[in-house]
Design a protein around this ligand. Sequence first.
Ligand code: SAM
Length: 236
Amino acid sequence: NIRMTVDDKQVVTEYFNTVGFERWRRIYSPTERVNRVQQDIRRGHQQTVNIILRWIEEDGGNISEQSFCDAGCGVGSLAIPLAKLGARVAASDISHSMIEEAQKRAKEEWGVIPSSLSFQVQDLLELQGSFDTVLCVDVLIHYSDAQLVSLLDSLSRVAKRRMIITFAPKTFYYVLLKKIGDFFPGPSKATRAYLHEEKDILDSLQQRGWQWIRKDLVKTNFYFCQIVQLEKRNRT
Ligand code: SAM
């Protein structure tokens, strides 16, 4: 199967700079007209963003003293509201189209992008620095189990205290498979959605010293998203 030999990352990058960029830019723009499937995905994704923002607020602490890394930030759907709460946010994405759009949106918000919010074209595998919290929302779905370990490794490496990640749970495998054509219509079908076992992800992170704190499942008709918050285990 030729498809199996295609490097996922190359396919994903190409997709999110072209047809995928346009598709997701529209889904992530509340005022753009989109079809009903896309409206449903937009609604699900917004719920995910809201839950994550709520968790961060509930955890308390002085948010302006906290640093966040948003890996695979897209158009900034989470990074921008987080920066509005006063957080320091380093947002990055492998797609330059996404980063340009995110910067445009931040400029619309502030005029000049505040120094507390940075955008960078960067592969998740090349993340650098050290952040109180690392976020990775709706990115892992684009990668197979074979790539999962190195992606989780990279996120874990730059996270000091807290991680909030999302993935498409394997529980809904057949439901989602039936609907996969709606996720990636037309020629972009080459980019597929991968589902992951929750156990694989949690075990892998546990080995790196992480313990899950809370979870939530967002499920609309076409959007399935398991959100997990993890914290670094105390080594005492
Ligand atoms: N996290 C954003 C959100 O929830 O609004 C965007 C989600 S979008 C479905 C997936 C994003 O992951 C795209 O912007 C894509 O370019 C980015 N992405 C995919 N692979 C990546 C990688 N290896 N490194 C960084 N970003 C990546």
